[in-house]
Design a protein around this ligand. Sequence first.
Ligand code: THU
Length: 144
Amino acid sequence: MVGIEEIPVKELISSAIEARKKAYVPYSGYMVGAAVLTNELRIYTGCNIENASYTPTICAERTAISKAVSEGRRRFLAIAVVGSPNGDVITQYAYPCGVCRQVMREFADPEQFVVIVARSEEDYKLYRLKELLPESFGPENLNV
Ligand code: THU
């Protein structure tokens, strides 16, 4: 079990801030960046990518997780998320949407997985996934 003090919180936040700069958001103008930490302590980043047909839009968190899973990573310890309307200044805490919380649930222990919602490396909030997605449905329900 990895303690919260072993999570490289500032590195995850700075990686998410960097990833946010790549957000493709011609429709909402809302830029999000995410950085996910694997069990092997590797970091994968992602940004949100919108689409003219709206529905294919993917959130930053799922971009990061999809990149990691497609590289063979399947267990995650933490994710940092930063989001705010267009511009360099991150004015708000951007909480992961319900779909992204469920995708985190697929590849993490909800009691352990740490969600970092940040405005800067110094200004952030920490949660366990279980707090953000209580009484959840997951792979165990299907006995896989
Ligand atoms: N968005 C994310 O990237 N992550 C979330 O958890 C919530 C929403 C993106 C999707 C869309 O590009 C924009 O924010 C506005 O909804």
